[in-house]
Design a protein around this ligand. Structure first.
Ligand SMILES: [Zn+2]
Length: 423
């Protein structure tokens, strides 16, 4: 039995071989065997009728059975091949190779249906064309030569007119194309213009924001500049201010020395309260403390601690606190701390005076004797007055304090001229 496998030429689906085809092949082979029982080469003129050109029956088309497209089998793997079939195969191959015959291909039922429909359509068109040609031929035979010439002339004129119309339409098409290109360019330009306008609007907004920021910063700058000018003016004014003269006022015209409206000392006729005397001592200590800071003088042995009406002097050798305030109940018979405090103050004042005499050549009207706690009236009587309360009268004590304040008043005037008048 043959195991030949066929594929559809169009869709490559495997073809099912109909049992009728197998029976037909078998009958054909038997007929061949009967017609040429000998294995000799057949006569060449009969080759075209040999059965290697097999006819495929269409299983769905019984009316076309045996008339469907024949095709050629090559390389049949059957072991029952006869010499005749081999000769036919060679002959068919030769015809195909030499171009005497087209290769036929097997088709499946669906592709065959499609092919037949296409061929039917082509046939219909060809028949319609044939009818038209026939009618034209009949009409042509009826037209005379003169009429044909006239007709040809008319057709030529019509052709010329149509060519002109074609040229005109071509030109019109070109114009329309150009117009279209121009409109496209205009659209692109409009889009670009819109974009630029939006960009300009945004730029204007940014500019306005920056301008506002600039105005704010300018306002801040002018404000700061005004503040600077004001502060510089204040600084200049303060630097010219004689802070010592403003802060301290010493009067020594009366029997008592007065500093910042506080009387320092008391006499039998004027019983100044101890609170006032203590406050006057506080102002005096603050003045000498300020002068020492201003001139950079560091006192030896003592440290001034100005503290209002409770000011005192700290001893640097014994950590003793010597008071510059009293409530009048101090023991007048002993060398009490109040007297020692006032002596210590004189010591500090003398250190400052010595510095002035040495560096500035300034001499004061009342000489200070630190050891005895005395102030000597070198301008007049030459008498010494003790600054202590012990073994002293109120008159002499008050005079000693007044001399001390007079010295301080002169020192104050010198300090004002030295530190503030040049500015
Ligand atoms: Zn197919």
């Amino acid at each position: 039995m043959s195991s030949t496998c066929f594929l559809c030429h169009r869709c490559n689906k495997p073809l099912k071989i109909s049992p009728d085809l197998s029976a037909m092949q078998r009958r054909s082979l038997e007929a061949q065997h009967r017609a040429s029982p000998s294995p000799k080469m057949p006569v060449s003129g009969k080759l075209e009728d040999r059965t290697s050109r097999r006819r495929h029956p269409d299983p769905g088309r019984t009316s076309q059975e045996g008339a469907c497209c024949p095709f050629t089998l090559l390389g049949e793997p059957s072991t029952q091949r006869t010499l005749d079939s081999i000769q036919n195969t060679i002959l068919e191959t030769f015809k195909i190779v030499s171009g005497q015959k087209d290769v036929d291909h097997p088709l499946c039922v669906d592709c065959m249906d499609g092919l037949l429909e296409e061929l039917d359509a082509q046939l219909t068109l060809a028949e319609a064309d044939n009818q038209k040609y026939k009618s034209f031929t009949e009409r042509e035979s009826l037209v005379s030569d003169e009429e044909r010439e006239v007709l040809n002339a008319e057709l030529q004129a019509e052709l010329q007119s149509l060519e002109q119309e074609e040229a005109r339409l071509t030109q019109e098409l070109q114009d329309v194309d150009q117009e279209h290109a121009r409109i496209e360019a205009e659209k692109a330009a409009e889009a670009e213009t819109r974009e630029l306008e939006q960009q300009e609007e945004q730029d204007l907004k940014d500019y306005a924001a920056l301008k506002m920021e600039e105005l704010e910063l300018t306002g801040e700058l002018s404000s700061v500049e005004n503040q600077l000018v004001y502060v510089q003016g204040q600084l200049q004014s303060l630097s010219k201010t004689d802070i010592l003269n403003i802060t301290f006022t010493i009067l020594d015209e009366g029997p008592l020395g007065i500093i910042n409206n506080f009387r320092l000392g008391r006499i039998p006729d004027i019983q100044v309260g101890w609170n006032e005397i203590n406050a006057a001592w506080g102002q005096t200590a603050l003045l000498l403390f300020s002068l020492s800071k201003l001139s950079g003088l560091q006192f030896q042995r003592y440290e001034l601690v100005p503290c209002g009406d409770h000011s005192y002097i700290k001893s640097l050798t014994s950590d003793e606190m010597l008071r510059l305030f009293s409530d009048g109940s101090h023991n007048i018979f002993y060398d009490n701390k109040y007297d020692r405090g006032m002596k210590a103050f004189l010591d500090c004042l003398q250190q400052f005076v010595k510095m002035l005499q040495k560096e500035e050549g300034l001499f004061l009207p009342y000489r200070i004797h630190v050891k005895g706690g005395m102030l000597e009236d070198t301008t007049g009587s030459g008498k010494c007055y003790s600054i202590r309360t012990h073994l002293n009268t109120e008159d002499e004590w008050a005079k000693a304090l007044k001399f001390m304040l007079t010295n301080l008043k002169l020192i104050l005037a010198w300090a004002s001229s030295k530190y503030y008048s040049k500015k």
